[in-house]
Design a protein around this ligand. Structure first.
Ligand code: MUC
Ligand code: MG
Length: 369
């Protein structure tokens, strides 16, 4: 049933350096997976990560090797299974590898939805919205440049909410940087910060208090991935929203975080969750636990971004919007028609599958040989 499974690495420079506590990106390596069926359907998925092994446990190279060595032979050996049974078989045979699993699962759903003539969102239960709000991340590393960038985004109606990457400088310097931006942009503009796990609990108490007093709306992943105790104490101590990002690695960790009151918002990512179904399950757990939702990104290109949008469009609440701006950070387009960003939102296509058309000639020219 599955004829070929290819993994392509495509290096694309970013429009400016993107500085985070975990890495500074000058280029992004897109990890694209193409699945072809015996009866001629093609599905795409994406397993892009950030900063090699700087962010997660899988690298572009490990994803490519593991898909070629383990996922592809397994998929090719299967016949007569539906998508759910195929996913179950992959899970039974392969441990970990959430990013690779997500890419394969996305391609399988792309194919299934094309067969049914529906957008992927409809296969996942149905969309509740036709567009999702998208914020922009200010990460140039320079306060004045960040303010100018934000003002230009507001003026062009592309983004009116901003997330600031902090954690690589002293807490006082970071707070000063954030509050200068908050003051320059004014009270109508929502400012959030992502610490990318850089703070100790004591640093977090100090930093969060000042950011909360200064009118910041949300603190993302202040402490270490496994330090759920600290996340719980911070969530209970402050009124400001505390969001789990790296600590959230699929439904199991979502359940544990929810049970322990370790976050007031979940940053759902399809890759970190290990697939579209698992990301939907994280959304369900949040709903049951009264936790708000935010649609996260691994700074994917348009494939992962649209797959994420298909999932987030089905969420009951998307109180904190999304950060699905990945393609806008890249200097090259890999779709025949670019994703549509309008009025601070990303529009969801109504066409079947992912609803995008890949420019394969361009990818062929740009891919790592
Ligand atoms: C992260 O930790 O949120 C998402 C947006 C961005 O700029 O970095 C990523 C990763
Ligand atoms: Mg984050």
């Amino acid at each position: 049933m599955y004829k070929s499974i290819e993994t392509l690495l495509v290096e694309i420079p970013t429009i400016r350096p993107h500085k985070m506590a975990v890495a500074t990106m000058q280029t992004q390596t897109l990890v694209l997976v193409k699945v072809t069926t015996e009866d001629g359907f093609i599905g795409w998925g994406e397993a892009t990560t950030i900063g090699g092994l700087g962010y997660g446990e899988e690298s572009p190279e490990s994803v490519k090797t593991n898909i070629e060595t383990y996922f592809a032979p397994l998929l090719k050996s299967l016949s007569g299974l539906n998508v759910a049974q195929t996913i179950q078989t992959i899970k039974r045979n392969i441990n970990g590898n959430r990013f690779a699993k997500n890419a394969i699962q996305t391609a399988l759903f792309d194919i299934q939805a094309q067969r049914l003539g529906l957008p992927i969102s409809e296969v996942l239960g149905g969309r509740l919205r036709h567009s999702v709000p998208v914020l922009w991340v200010l990460a140039s590393g320079n306060t004045e440049k960040d303010i100018a960038e934000a003002q230009q985004m507001i003026a062009s109606k592309r983004h009116n909410t901003f997330k600031l990457k902090i954690g690589s400088r002293r807490v006082e310097e970071d707070v000063e940087h954030v509050l200068a931006i908050k003051q320059a942009l004014g009270s109508d503009v929502s400012i959030r910060v992502d610490v990318n796990r850089a703070w100790s609990e004591l640093e977090a108490v100090k930093g969060i208090q000042q950011l909360q007093d200064g009118g910041v709306d949300l603190i993302e992943q202040p402490c270490a991935i496994d330090n759920i105790d600290a996340m719980q104490r911070l969530t209970r101590r402050f009124d400001i929203a505390i969001m789990a990002d790296e600590s959230l690695m699929g439904p199991d960790s979502a359940y544990r975080l929810a049970k322990r009151n370790g976050a007031s918002v979940f940053a759902v990512k399809i890759a970190q969750s290990g697939g579209l179904v698992e990301a939907s399950e994280v959304g369900k757990i949040a709903k049951l636990a009264g936790i708000d939702l935010y649609g996260g990104t691994m700074l994917e290109g348009p494939i992962g971004t649209m797959a994420s949008a298909q999932v987030f469009s089905t969420f009951h609440n998307l109180a904190y919007g999304t950060e699905l701006f990945g393609p806008l950070l890249l200097t090259e387009e890999i779709l025949k028609t670019p994703l549509q960003y309008q009025n601070f939102e990303l529009m969801l296509p109504t066409t079947a599958g992912l609803g995008i058309e890949i420019d394969e000639d361009k990818i062929d020219r740009m891919r790592r040989q």
